[in-house]
Write a protein that binds this ligand. Structure first.
Ligand code: IMP
Length: 197
């Protein structure tokens, strides 16, 4: 199935393409008038609510265009720090912009717990049916910023199922089974490929 991914983040498109491609789907970035959609996000309500708001807006945006009736996908994700009761979650991109990765490391400097997880919620809809998948990637926050691969918090996130490197140090790319996004999208692929769909 061709899936139009409504996101402005090329890293997410690359990862989704690799994961959903393995299940026979083709992912392309949704561009309306040549630009990715810019969504209103109720971040204070959490990832799930943001993802639902994004899919409603994406379907509204393609109504009456050449894309109407196509399968559209949205995703919302964030990092959740154990030390701060799951903050920043849906506000991860704002926090990253405001205090940077070094700011996050400073907040954990006084011996706080370093456990963390990435979470993702992905939704696909073709206007008639809607399917969703969630995924978690558990890990810990490094002591220093390491590596420049990936995006966002990757240079300070060490996945539990890795080899001790931060995702920022994964030169081979992180389109693997273990990421929150891959897990959410593999679940979506299961649902989309199920005979009862
Ligand atoms: P969204 O685009 O509104 O879903 O915001 C996601 C934000 O969460 C990103 O800007 C990053 O700050 C963080 N984030 C989510 N997933 C990842 C990831 O795979 N790597 C690094 N940071 C991530």
């Amino acid at each position: 199935m061709k899936i139009l991914f409504a996101t402005s983040n090329p890293n997410k498109v690359e990862e989704a393409s690799a994961v959903l491609g393995q299940s026979g789907h083709r992912v392309e970035q949704l561009l309306v008038g040549g630009v990715p959609p810019d969504f209103e996000e109720p971040k204070e309500l959490g990832l799930e609510a943001v993802a639902v708001a994004k899919i409603e807006q994406a379907l509204g945006l393609i109504r009456g265009t050449e894309f109407e009736g196509s399968a559209v996908m949205v995703e919302d994700s964030g990092i959740f720090l154990d030390a701060f009761d799951d903050w920043p979650g849906a506000e991860s991109s704002d926090v990253e912009r405001e205090i940077g990765l070094k700011g996050v490391l400073r907040m954990l400097a006084d011996g706080r717990q370093r456990g963390a997880e990435y979470r993702a919620v992905a939704i696909v809809s073709d206007g008639a049916g809607t399917w969703d998948g969630t995924g978690v990637c558990r890990g810990r926050i490094s002591e220093t910023v390491r590596g420049n691969q990936g995006f966002g918090y990757d240079p300070i996130f060490i996945p539990d199922e890795g080899d001790g490197r931060t995702f920022g140090e994964w030169r081979e790319g992180k389109n693997s089974e273990i990421t929150h996004r891959a897990r959410a999208m593999n679940r979506l692929a299961e649902l989309l490929n199920s005979p009862s769909r």
